[in-house]
Design a protein around this ligand. Sequence first.
Ligand code: TXA
Ligand code: MG
Length: 347
Amino acid sequence: MTLQTKRWQRTTKINEQYHVIEEAAALLKDQQVVAFPTETVYGLGADATSEAAVQRIFEAKGRPSDNPLIVHVGDRSQVEQLVTHIPEIADKLMDQFWPGPLTLVLPSNHKAARNVTAGLDTVAIRMPSDPIALALLKETGLPLAAPSANRSGRPSPTDAAHVQQDLDGRIAGIVDGGPTGVGVESTVLDCTTEVPIILRPGGVTKEDLESFIPNVVIDPALADQAEDQPKSPGMKYTHYAPEAPLWLVEGDDEFFQHQLESMKAEGQRVAVIASRELVGQLNHEYVTPCGSRQQLTEVAGELYRALRYYKKADVDVILCESFPEHGVGAAIMNRLHKAATQKITQY
Ligand code: TXA
Ligand code: MG
């Protein structure tokens, strides 16, 4: 599969912006696959009502076909066209959090293409807030299926350059909107159960949801040693993997430094991903600071860039700090646990 991937550069000129949207929308209407920014990560979009278009997403990503996709919509009437009904709680959550990083799993009426939902009776839907994403939804008039625009298993792209690294020659185009803001994917919330369940922690936090669903829980199957299959099919696959093995360090700063020093003493080429606070205490060359541990939204914004930074040829292992699990920290740690090949625990 080799395509000439068109890359539309960022522009601040209104008439140029319009042409970009018009051209990208024309490709999407022609059943092609186009990557575009959302407020979370870049998405790989295709017409969610066309099985042939959606099939191209799976091929470009190398994604297992039993892993369903999120449908992106530009207005509420598009939701009604895809579901049997909208539960009351879902309606309230849309009022509060849309457009934004919250995906709602709703009862499907099977109008979305079969491969979007991977044969499930539910469909996952969200309204993104990025202006380019919204403009494409409006211009095409289509619901757009869009997983993260990375090759399957790799960290999600937070920049157009990441999409190009993974998918150049495999998709019709990339709309460059600069770096994304939130940095981790949307929260996936199952609204088909009596009490909604968080299937994937993300940009809208559990604390945010608690004002509407006081007893909301994160799917227990996502926990480290869980025996049950997670309800969100995608959560069982290897994900977010950097090129070199990632070791997640759970302990205090002194413990981290000790690990680093002993691995260096063994002659290993060690890279570090850590908060600015910890990096400031290390005497080490290969470090990628990713925000402040006091500001987890900064860490979320930098995380995938950091995971993509080190190349296999340059390092033997990446040591990564663990972060508090409150707020967006739940999403950060969920991704790091999945990216890690090993955990080193002090306690
Ligand atoms: O922020 C995001 O959500 C990004 C941007 C592009 O919108 N998209 C994204 O899509 O992260 P993807 O395909 O990488 O992840 C979708 C997740 C997977 O874990 C998948 O299993 C789950 O949503 N999912 C999709 N449909 C589902 C359904 N009907 N029931 C349960 N889980 C579902
Ligand atoms: Mg993904």
